[in-house]
Design a binder for this molecule. Structure first.
Ligand code: FAD
Length: 373
Protein backbone atom coordinates (compact mmCIF):
# COMPACT_ATOMS: atom_id res chain seq x y z
CA UNK A 1 0.00 0.00 0.00
CA UNK A 2 1.42 3.43 -0.91
CA UNK A 3 1.81 5.94 1.89
CA UNK A 4 0.15 9.33 1.47
CA UNK A 5 1.82 12.59 2.43
CA UNK A 6 -1.30 13.46 4.42
CA UNK A 7 -4.06 11.32 5.93
CA UNK A 8 -7.17 13.30 6.87
CA UNK A 9 -9.59 11.66 9.29
CA UNK A 10 -13.11 13.03 8.70
CA UNK A 11 -14.50 14.84 5.66
CA UNK A 12 -16.72 17.50 7.19
CA UNK A 13 -16.03 21.12 6.20
CA UNK A 14 -12.69 21.15 8.03
CA UNK A 15 -11.31 17.83 6.79
CA UNK A 16 -12.47 18.48 3.26
CA UNK A 17 -10.99 21.98 3.17
CA UNK A 18 -7.68 20.63 4.45
CA UNK A 19 -7.57 17.76 1.96
CA UNK A 20 -8.58 20.08 -0.88
CA UNK A 21 -5.82 22.58 -0.12
CA UNK A 22 -3.22 19.83 0.32
CA UNK A 23 -4.17 18.41 -3.09
CA UNK A 24 -3.88 21.87 -4.64
CA UNK A 25 -0.27 21.96 -3.40
CA UNK A 26 0.48 18.64 -5.06
CA UNK A 27 0.49 16.47 -1.92
CA UNK A 28 -0.83 12.91 -2.00
CA UNK A 29 -3.85 12.74 0.28
CA UNK A 30 -6.00 10.02 1.84
CA UNK A 31 -9.38 10.94 3.29
CA UNK A 32 -11.19 8.58 5.66
CA UNK A 33 -14.84 9.02 6.62
CA UNK A 34 -17.59 6.45 7.19
CA UNK A 35 -19.73 8.39 4.68
CA UNK A 36 -17.25 10.31 2.54
CA UNK A 37 -19.86 11.16 -0.12
CA UNK A 38 -22.61 12.27 2.28
CA UNK A 39 -24.14 15.54 1.11
CA UNK A 40 -24.01 18.28 3.73
CA UNK A 41 -27.38 19.72 4.65
CA UNK A 42 -26.59 22.28 7.37
CA UNK A 43 -26.85 25.99 6.60
CA UNK A 44 -23.38 27.47 7.12
CA UNK A 45 -22.69 31.17 7.41
CA UNK A 46 -19.68 33.38 8.21
CA UNK A 47 -18.34 36.92 8.28
CA UNK A 48 -17.16 37.78 4.76
CA UNK A 49 -13.80 39.14 6.00
CA UNK A 50 -12.95 35.72 7.49
CA UNK A 51 -12.94 33.90 4.16
CA UNK A 52 -9.69 33.04 2.38
CA UNK A 53 -8.97 34.56 -1.04
CA UNK A 54 -8.79 31.17 -2.75
CA UNK A 55 -12.44 30.37 -1.99
CA UNK A 56 -14.69 30.72 -5.03
CA UNK A 57 -17.27 33.53 -4.70
CA UNK A 58 -19.74 31.06 -6.24
CA UNK A 59 -20.06 29.33 -2.84
CA UNK A 60 -21.83 32.37 -1.36
CA UNK A 61 -25.60 32.10 -1.73
CA UNK A 62 -26.49 35.40 -0.04
CA UNK A 63 -24.64 38.34 1.46
CA UNK A 64 -25.83 41.08 3.79
CA UNK A 65 -23.85 44.26 4.44
CA UNK A 66 -25.40 45.23 7.76
CA UNK A 67 -27.07 42.42 9.63
CA UNK A 68 -29.12 43.48 12.64
CA UNK A 69 -28.80 42.35 16.27
CA UNK A 70 -31.37 42.90 18.99
CA UNK A 71 -30.74 42.64 22.71
CA UNK A 72 -33.28 44.94 24.25
CA UNK A 73 -32.43 47.47 21.54
CA UNK A 74 -31.59 47.35 17.85
CA UNK A 75 -28.02 47.50 16.54
CA UNK A 76 -26.80 47.45 12.95
CA UNK A 77 -23.58 45.50 12.62
CA UNK A 78 -21.11 47.09 10.27
CA UNK A 79 -19.75 43.84 8.96
CA UNK A 80 -20.68 41.87 5.84
CA UNK A 81 -22.22 38.49 6.61
CA UNK A 82 -22.50 35.67 4.10
CA UNK A 83 -24.58 32.53 3.92
CA UNK A 84 -23.04 29.68 1.98
CA UNK A 85 -24.65 27.62 -0.74
CA UNK A 86 -23.85 24.45 1.17
CA UNK A 87 -23.80 22.16 -1.87
CA UNK A 88 -21.60 24.59 -3.82
CA UNK A 89 -19.22 24.90 -0.87
CA UNK A 90 -18.88 21.13 -0.60
CA UNK A 91 -18.39 20.72 -4.35
CA UNK A 92 -15.85 23.55 -4.53
CA UNK A 93 -13.66 21.72 -2.02
CA UNK A 94 -13.14 18.99 -4.59
CA UNK A 95 -11.12 15.94 -3.70
CA UNK A 96 -10.07 14.87 -7.20
CA UNK A 97 -6.90 12.84 -6.89
CA UNK A 98 -7.36 11.91 -3.23
CA UNK A 99 -7.66 8.32 -2.07
CA UNK A 100 -11.06 8.14 -0.39
CA UNK A 101 -11.72 5.38 2.13
CA UNK A 102 -15.23 4.75 3.45
CA UNK A 103 -14.38 3.49 6.94
CA UNK A 104 -14.29 4.64 10.53
CA UNK A 105 -11.05 5.59 12.27
CA UNK A 106 -10.66 3.55 15.45
CA UNK A 107 -7.38 5.11 16.61
CA UNK A 108 -4.53 7.37 15.61
CA UNK A 109 -0.96 6.60 16.67
CA UNK A 110 1.91 9.09 16.54
CA UNK A 111 5.27 8.09 15.09
CA UNK A 112 6.97 5.54 17.33
CA UNK A 113 9.91 6.77 19.35
CA UNK A 114 12.48 4.40 17.92
CA UNK A 115 13.81 7.22 15.76
CA UNK A 116 13.76 4.98 12.69
CA UNK A 117 13.29 6.96 9.47
CA UNK A 118 10.34 4.80 8.42
CA UNK A 119 8.40 5.35 11.64
CA UNK A 120 5.34 7.33 10.60
CA UNK A 121 2.11 8.25 12.31
CA UNK A 122 -0.67 5.83 11.43
CA UNK A 123 -4.40 5.36 11.52
CA UNK A 124 -6.14 2.17 12.62
CA UNK A 125 -9.46 1.60 10.87
CA UNK A 126 -12.47 -0.24 12.27
CA UNK A 127 -12.09 -2.69 9.36
CA UNK A 128 -8.69 -3.61 10.87
CA UNK A 129 -6.42 -1.95 8.32
CA UNK A 130 -3.49 0.15 9.52
CA UNK A 131 -2.68 3.17 7.36
CA UNK A 132 0.61 5.04 7.80
CA UNK A 133 0.88 8.61 6.49
CA UNK A 134 3.52 11.31 6.31
CA UNK A 135 1.18 13.30 8.55
CA UNK A 136 -2.16 12.37 10.07
CA UNK A 137 -4.72 15.04 10.95
CA UNK A 138 -7.80 14.34 13.04
CA UNK A 139 -10.79 16.32 11.70
CA UNK A 140 -13.48 14.03 13.10
CA UNK A 141 -15.49 16.82 14.77
CA UNK A 142 -16.50 16.77 18.44
CA UNK A 143 -18.74 13.94 19.66
CA UNK A 144 -21.69 14.92 21.83
CA UNK A 145 -21.14 14.57 25.56
CA UNK A 146 -23.17 15.55 28.64
CA UNK A 147 -20.07 17.41 29.85
CA UNK A 148 -20.09 19.78 26.86
CA UNK A 149 -22.39 22.76 26.33
CA UNK A 150 -24.34 22.47 23.09
CA UNK A 151 -26.06 24.78 20.67
CA UNK A 152 -29.52 23.75 19.51
CA UNK A 153 -31.88 25.34 17.00
CA UNK A 154 -35.08 24.65 15.15
CA UNK A 155 -35.58 26.45 11.86
CA UNK A 156 -37.98 26.71 8.95
CA UNK A 157 -37.43 27.93 5.41
CA UNK A 158 -40.06 30.41 4.20
CA UNK A 159 -40.51 32.50 1.08
CA UNK A 160 -38.69 35.77 1.44
CA UNK A 161 -41.83 37.78 0.73
CA UNK A 162 -43.40 36.40 3.93
CA UNK A 163 -40.61 37.82 6.10
CA UNK A 164 -41.81 41.29 6.93
CA UNK A 165 -39.14 43.97 7.04
CA UNK A 166 -36.71 41.81 5.05
CA UNK A 167 -34.06 42.28 7.76
CA UNK A 168 -31.28 39.81 8.36
CA UNK A 169 -31.19 39.09 12.07
CA UNK A 170 -27.88 37.81 13.34
CA UNK A 171 -29.48 37.53 16.79
CA UNK A 172 -32.84 38.75 18.03
CA UNK A 173 -33.24 38.27 21.79
CA UNK A 174 -36.59 40.06 22.04
CA UNK A 175 -39.01 38.19 24.23
CA UNK A 176 -41.94 37.66 21.85
CA UNK A 177 -41.35 33.91 21.65
CA UNK A 178 -43.74 32.96 24.47
CA UNK A 179 -40.98 31.61 26.75
CA UNK A 180 -41.43 31.81 30.50
CA UNK A 181 -39.39 34.85 31.69
CA UNK A 182 -37.38 32.60 34.04
CA UNK A 183 -36.68 29.94 31.40
CA UNK A 184 -33.39 29.68 29.50
CA UNK A 185 -33.61 32.21 26.65
CA UNK A 186 -33.35 31.67 22.92
CA UNK A 187 -33.00 34.06 20.00
CA UNK A 188 -34.28 34.32 16.47
CA UNK A 189 -31.76 33.94 13.64
CA UNK A 190 -33.18 35.10 10.30
CA UNK A 191 -30.99 34.95 7.20
CA UNK A 192 -31.56 34.82 3.45
CA UNK A 193 -30.68 31.50 1.83
CA UNK A 194 -30.96 32.90 -1.70
CA UNK A 195 -33.00 35.50 -3.58
CA UNK A 196 -36.28 33.76 -2.76
CA UNK A 197 -36.07 32.15 0.67
CA UNK A 198 -35.24 32.92 4.31
CA UNK A 199 -34.19 30.62 7.13
CA UNK A 200 -35.95 31.56 10.39
CA UNK A 201 -34.39 29.71 13.29
CA UNK A 202 -35.05 29.79 17.03
CA UNK A 203 -31.67 29.17 18.62
CA UNK A 204 -30.34 28.25 22.04
CA UNK A 205 -26.87 29.79 21.85
CA UNK A 206 -25.35 27.41 24.41
CA UNK A 207 -26.65 25.32 27.24
CA UNK A 208 -25.74 22.33 29.33
CA UNK A 209 -28.22 20.92 28.68
CA UNK A 210 -29.35 23.03 25.75
CA UNK A 211 -33.03 23.66 25.09
CA UNK A 212 -34.64 20.78 23.29
CA UNK A 213 -35.85 21.10 19.74
CA UNK A 214 -39.57 20.71 20.51
CA UNK A 215 -39.40 23.67 22.91
CA UNK A 216 -37.56 25.72 20.28
CA UNK A 217 -40.18 24.79 17.67
CA UNK A 218 -42.99 25.96 19.98
CA UNK A 219 -41.14 29.23 20.61
CA UNK A 220 -40.47 29.78 16.92
CA UNK A 221 -44.11 29.22 15.99
CA UNK A 222 -45.21 31.61 18.75
CA UNK A 223 -42.70 34.28 17.75
CA UNK A 224 -43.54 34.10 14.07
CA UNK A 225 -47.31 34.24 14.81
CA UNK A 226 -46.63 37.45 16.76
CA UNK A 227 -44.89 38.80 13.66
CA UNK A 228 -47.74 37.86 11.33
CA UNK A 229 -46.36 34.59 9.97
CA UNK A 230 -48.38 31.42 10.45
CA UNK A 231 -46.53 28.30 9.45
CA UNK A 232 -48.31 25.75 7.26
CA UNK A 233 -46.33 22.79 8.56
CA UNK A 234 -45.04 21.99 5.08
CA UNK A 235 -41.98 24.26 5.32
CA UNK A 236 -38.53 22.75 4.98
CA UNK A 237 -37.04 22.26 8.45
CA UNK A 238 -33.50 22.60 9.81
CA UNK A 239 -32.54 20.93 13.09
CA UNK A 240 -29.31 21.94 14.81
CA UNK A 241 -27.48 20.31 17.70
CA UNK A 242 -23.73 20.33 18.24
CA UNK A 243 -21.20 20.95 21.05
CA UNK A 244 -19.92 24.55 21.02
CA UNK A 245 -16.56 23.68 22.52
CA UNK A 246 -14.29 20.69 22.98
CA UNK A 247 -11.63 19.27 20.70
CA UNK A 248 -7.90 19.43 21.32
CA UNK A 249 -5.63 22.22 20.15
CA UNK A 250 -2.46 20.86 18.59
CA UNK A 251 -0.59 20.00 15.42
CA UNK A 252 -2.51 16.74 14.80
CA UNK A 253 -6.05 18.10 14.97
CA UNK A 254 -8.14 20.48 12.87
CA UNK A 255 -11.63 21.99 12.66
CA UNK A 256 -13.98 21.33 15.55
CA UNK A 257 -11.73 18.41 16.60
CA UNK A 258 -8.89 20.91 16.78
CA UNK A 259 -10.75 23.28 19.14
CA UNK A 260 -11.42 25.76 16.33
CA UNK A 261 -15.10 26.16 17.32
CA UNK A 262 -15.75 29.59 18.77
CA UNK A 263 -17.27 28.79 22.16
CA UNK A 264 -19.50 31.89 22.20
CA UNK A 265 -21.03 31.34 18.74
CA UNK A 266 -20.35 27.74 17.72
CA UNK A 267 -18.81 28.96 14.44
CA UNK A 268 -15.83 27.11 12.95
CA UNK A 269 -16.35 26.76 9.22
CA UNK A 270 -14.71 30.03 8.14
CA UNK A 271 -11.84 29.49 10.59
CA UNK A 272 -11.17 26.05 9.14
CA UNK A 273 -11.27 27.41 5.59
CA UNK A 274 -8.94 30.25 6.53
CA UNK A 275 -6.44 28.05 8.39
CA UNK A 276 -6.33 25.14 5.94
CA UNK A 277 -3.28 26.46 4.06
CA UNK A 278 -1.32 27.16 7.26
CA UNK A 279 -2.10 23.66 8.50
CA UNK A 280 -0.98 22.07 5.24
CA UNK A 281 2.23 24.11 5.52
CA UNK A 282 2.78 22.72 9.04
CA UNK A 283 2.53 26.14 10.74
CA UNK A 284 1.79 26.29 14.45
CA UNK A 285 -1.90 27.33 14.80
CA UNK A 286 -1.53 27.62 18.55
CA UNK A 287 1.07 30.20 19.57
CA UNK A 288 0.76 31.33 23.18
CA UNK A 289 -1.46 34.27 22.15
CA UNK A 290 -3.97 31.95 20.39
CA UNK A 291 -4.08 29.65 23.43
CA UNK A 292 -4.68 32.63 25.70
CA UNK A 293 -7.47 33.96 23.43
CA UNK A 294 -9.03 30.49 23.36
CA UNK A 295 -8.90 30.33 27.17
CA UNK A 296 -10.60 33.73 27.44
CA UNK A 297 -13.30 32.73 24.96
CA UNK A 298 -14.00 29.59 26.97
CA UNK A 299 -14.20 31.75 30.08
CA UNK A 300 -16.59 33.99 28.12
CA UNK A 301 -18.81 30.97 27.47
CA UNK A 302 -18.81 30.19 31.21
CA UNK A 303 -19.81 33.80 31.88
CA UNK A 304 -22.66 33.61 29.39
CA UNK A 305 -23.95 30.36 30.86
CA UNK A 306 -23.87 31.84 34.35
CA UNK A 307 -26.14 34.80 33.56
CA UNK A 308 -29.80 34.73 34.56
CA UNK A 309 -32.12 34.68 31.50
CA UNK A 310 -33.28 38.30 31.80
CA UNK A 311 -29.66 39.53 31.69
CA UNK A 312 -28.71 37.89 28.39
CA UNK A 313 -30.22 40.67 26.19
CA UNK A 314 -28.47 43.26 28.40
CA UNK A 315 -25.17 41.48 27.81
CA UNK A 316 -25.66 41.47 24.03
CA UNK A 317 -26.71 45.12 23.97
CA UNK A 318 -23.32 45.89 25.52
CA UNK A 319 -21.52 43.59 23.11
CA UNK A 320 -23.16 44.94 19.96
CA UNK A 321 -22.50 48.53 21.08
CA UNK A 322 -18.77 47.81 20.64
CA UNK A 323 -17.04 49.07 17.50
CA UNK A 324 -16.88 46.63 14.58
CA UNK A 325 -13.13 46.21 15.24
CA UNK A 326 -13.72 45.16 18.86
CA UNK A 327 -16.55 42.82 17.91
CA UNK A 328 -14.25 41.29 15.36
CA UNK A 329 -11.47 40.84 17.93
CA UNK A 330 -13.90 38.86 20.08
CA UNK A 331 -15.65 36.93 17.33
CA UNK A 332 -12.91 36.22 14.82
CA UNK A 333 -9.29 37.16 15.52
CA UNK A 334 -7.60 34.10 16.99
CA UNK A 335 -4.40 35.54 18.33
CA UNK A 336 -5.07 39.22 19.02
CA UNK A 337 -4.84 38.92 22.79
CA UNK A 338 -4.81 42.69 23.33
CA UNK A 339 -7.91 43.15 21.16
CA UNK A 340 -9.67 40.31 22.95
CA UNK A 341 -8.95 41.75 26.40
CA UNK A 342 -10.08 45.22 25.28
CA UNK A 343 -13.34 43.81 23.89
CA UNK A 344 -14.03 41.83 27.07
CA UNK A 345 -13.22 44.67 29.44
CA UNK A 346 -15.29 47.14 27.37
CA UNK A 347 -18.37 44.89 27.61
CA UNK A 348 -17.70 44.32 31.30
CA UNK A 349 -17.47 48.05 32.00
CA UNK A 350 -20.78 48.69 30.23
CA UNK A 351 -22.72 46.19 32.38
CA UNK A 352 -24.54 46.85 35.66
CA UNK A 353 -22.72 45.83 38.87
CA UNK A 354 -24.91 42.78 39.58
CA UNK A 355 -23.91 41.32 36.19
CA UNK A 356 -20.25 42.19 36.65
CA UNK A 357 -20.16 40.17 39.86
CA UNK A 358 -21.71 37.10 38.21
CA UNK A 359 -19.47 37.37 35.17
CA UNK A 360 -16.31 37.90 37.20
CA UNK A 361 -17.04 34.80 39.30
CA UNK A 362 -17.80 32.66 36.24
CA UNK A 363 -14.79 33.94 34.29
CA UNK A 364 -12.54 33.01 37.17
CA UNK A 365 -14.16 29.58 37.31
CA UNK A 366 -16.10 30.25 40.51
CA UNK A 367 -19.84 30.12 41.12
CA UNK A 368 -22.19 28.59 38.58
CA UNK A 369 -19.61 27.96 35.88
CA UNK A 370 -20.79 25.21 33.59
CA UNK A 371 -18.50 25.14 30.59
CA UNK A 372 -15.24 23.29 30.55
CA UNK A 373 -12.66 22.73 27.91
C1 FAD B 1 -27.03 22.48 11.47
C2 FAD B 1 -25.74 23.16 11.83
C3 FAD B 1 -25.53 24.47 11.43
C4 FAD B 1 -24.30 25.11 11.72
N1 FAD B 1 -24.11 26.37 11.28
C5 FAD B 1 -22.86 26.92 11.36
C6 FAD B 1 -22.58 28.18 10.74
O1 FAD B 1 -23.47 28.85 10.22
N2 FAD B 1 -21.31 28.65 10.77
C7 FAD B 1 -20.31 27.94 11.39
O2 FAD B 1 -19.15 28.36 11.34
N3 FAD B 1 -20.58 26.78 12.02
C8 FAD B 1 -21.82 26.25 12.03
N4 FAD B 1 -22.07 25.05 12.65
C9 FAD B 1 -21.08 24.49 13.59
C10 FAD B 1 -19.81 23.84 13.04
O3 FAD B 1 -19.01 24.76 12.41
C11 FAD B 1 -20.13 22.66 12.17
O4 FAD B 1 -20.56 21.66 13.07
C12 FAD B 1 -19.01 22.10 11.26
O5 FAD B 1 -19.61 21.08 10.52
C13 FAD B 1 -17.78 21.56 11.96
O6 FAD B 1 -16.92 21.06 10.93
P1 FAD B 1 -15.86 19.89 11.14
O7 FAD B 1 -15.46 19.45 9.79
O8 FAD B 1 -14.83 20.33 12.08
O9 FAD B 1 -16.65 18.71 11.88
P2 FAD B 1 -17.89 17.87 11.36
O10 FAD B 1 -18.74 18.65 10.42
O11 FAD B 1 -18.53 17.31 12.59
O12 FAD B 1 -17.25 16.69 10.50
C14 FAD B 1 -16.63 15.59 11.09
C15 FAD B 1 -16.53 14.49 10.04
O13 FAD B 1 -15.81 13.41 10.62
C16 FAD B 1 -16.46 12.21 10.32
N5 FAD B 1 -16.16 11.25 11.38
C17 FAD B 1 -16.68 11.18 12.64
N6 FAD B 1 -16.14 10.16 13.30
C18 FAD B 1 -15.26 9.56 12.45
C19 FAD B 1 -14.40 8.45 12.56
N7 FAD B 1 -14.32 7.70 13.69
N8 FAD B 1 -13.61 8.12 11.51
C20 FAD B 1 -13.65 8.87 10.35
N9 FAD B 1 -14.47 9.93 10.21
C21 FAD B 1 -15.26 10.26 11.25
C22 FAD B 1 -17.94 12.56 10.24
O14 FAD B 1 -18.63 11.61 9.44
C23 FAD B 1 -17.89 13.94 9.61
O15 FAD B 1 -17.95 13.88 8.20
C24 FAD B 1 -23.29 24.40 12.42
C25 FAD B 1 -23.54 23.10 12.86
C26 FAD B 1 -24.73 22.49 12.57
C27 FAD B 1 -24.97 21.07 13.06
Amino acid sequence: MTTSDLVVCGSGPAGRALAHRALSRGLSVTVIDPQPHRRWTATYAAWADELPGWLSPQVVAAAVDQPVAWGARRAELDRRYVVFDTAALQDSLDLDGARIIADRVAGIAGPSRSGHALDLPSVRLVSGAILPGGRVIDARGVPRSPTLAEQTAFGVVVERARWTGDETLFMDWRTDNGADPGAPPSFLYAVPLDADTMLLEETCLAGRPALDLSELRTRLEHRLRCRGITLSGSERIERVRFPVHGGRPGPGTFGAAGALLHPATGYSVATALRLADATVAGDDLWPASARAVHGLRTAGLRALLSLPPQDIPVFFDAFFALSAARQRAYLSDRDDLGGMITAMTSVFAALPWRMRRTIAAATLGLGRARANS
